[in-house]
Design a protein around this ligand. Sequence first.
Ligand SMILES: [Zn+2]
Length: 287
Amino acid sequence: MKLDFARADMTVHRIIDLEAPFLHAMEMLPALTPQLLDENRHWLQDSLDESDAFKLCYQAYLVRTPHHNILVDSCLGNHKSRPRPEWHMKTNDSFMRGLARLGLTPADIDYVMCTHLHGDHVGWNTQLVNGEWVPTFSNARYVFSKREMEWASAEDKKVPLAPYQDSVLPVIRKGMAELVEDNYALGDHVRLLPTPGHTEGHVSFCFGRERDELVVTGDLIHVPLQMRYPELNFARDKDPELAQKTRRNFLERYCDTPTLCCTSHFPPPSAGRVRRWGDGYRMDYSN
Ligand SMILES: [Zn+2]
């Protein structure tokens, strides 16, 4: 299984927390028709299980620049109370083994950067120690979009949001959070790219000194079928019109460039280069 990629003076590594079927294709992409699904079935073998549920990979990307170890997103985490059965009170060690495979411990992470604040992207931000949620990456600065944080904290005041309570607030309380604007950059290797629509303040992160050698998408796209048809929204995209626009703009921006596009949920190998396919796009995994 391909887990490691090299680009210019950086390496990027997939850290897998869980692979599991999610929703049925029609439920996940409400505008999808049985006919369109059948027309595309021949190239979707890795994406669908036997009951036509989309299989998702829940993974983080660990980017090693010449200066920092940067973790983009932190998956589901363990012991979190969540509504989906495969997310709920999970206790596997896949994520920690993924770090250890690279000779790293959580203390070696310099930055954790979150694309948005959903439960499958902030989970390992914290872990349960003596009944308390404490930041997992003890030496890290945690980077969050300010707009996403404003939205989440306002929502949390109406009805408490479990991922915000157990995976974000403990980091803020320890003074380890940095709330950043759209023009955020870290040195000359890391830049933020606003990609709103799935959530209000959703962002992607771009890496590379002279150009975007790689980009971590977050949830601006969930499954490969949305590359061929960028107008197919995920049922839970908060602003469907904006999500469509962001998805197409993003794919067009990187289409036929060498940039490695690292998706959060595509089946393995999950990261490739964007190529044109008719009116849409496809992923080229030849790297
Ligand atoms: Zn997600």
